[in-house]
Design a protein. Sequence first.
Length: 365
Amino acid sequence: MRFQRLLLAATLGLATVLAQAQALKPVSVARGLQHPWGLAFLPDGRMLVTERPGRLRIVSPDGTLSAPVAGVPKVDARGQGGLLDVALDPEFATNRLVYLSYSEPGEGGNSTAVARGQLEGNALTNVQVIFSQQPKINSAAHFGSRLVFARDGRLFITLGDRFGQRDEAQNLANHIGKVVRIERDGRVPSDNPFVGRNDARPEIWSYGHRNVQGAALHPATGELWTHEHGPQGGDELNLTQAGRNYGWPVVTSGREYGTGFKIGEGTSKSGMEDPLRQWLPRSVAPSGMVFYTGERYPQWKGNLFIGTLREQALIRLELDGTRVVREERLLTNLRERIRDVRQGPDGWLYILTDNNDGQVLRLEH
């Protein structure tokens, strides 16, 4: 099994080298953002962009940045923590609700939380926390966290294992290393897979995750796809289904940092889900993900795009169902950490570059 995966990785790597990329022209839409993390488009064409230190900005089409939006919850902006993802309520046009994920300080340390509030001018009002990962840990790493609304209006929240708590990803009694699913007001859906079990948190959708920083709904099936960071190698792309165990840290193709020692029991085990794609032996550090459904790049319709931090590229995956048949790396000459990738209402792809002078870029041709 491991040999087959390595062969697949080598084959896909060769396809990457041989692929002929469509010429992309990154056009700067806005700059001067400090470590931008998440992006959401407003109905009027403006964008909401989070900055990891704790600011939410409204970005006009001409690139003008608003003053920081008032009402954003206090964040613990250390290490990988801070203000993270942003999403609009499916009924935003009538209720004006905006959802934010962030590292929430509290007794015991911090954890990933989600708050929502109504956008009124340049402020969030009636802000309330609708989810708070338990327990809080004294850590500055592995918060997740992407926000995705399912077709039924429920909210998926991806969470990390907090780096020093890897074994807890297998423990259903907490939110460490999980994907959770809640109603838009924070209530638990009655059909969540672990509802009614005394040994499990009812919000849990799936478990055995390391650090999930990409999530998107498949445009045809409506199913949740996620990707997560491996340790030294072993980044994964997964079809993330209800009640399933994705293995971390029992099974992984990644290795311990520094030593290269094996982690867990191997690379596959009955009762644990195999990834759809792995990156070996080098981690690409994936962040952000979108299925492309527009018309600007017609030959790429249905492809999956993934931003990368370590690899400093935009990865394009061609799919046959759930099988990856080709991989291509784009924007390698940009030499930027790509934190997020989104499809705009105009059909162009937009990316966020992760640095002290971060940008919103539109990918034209």
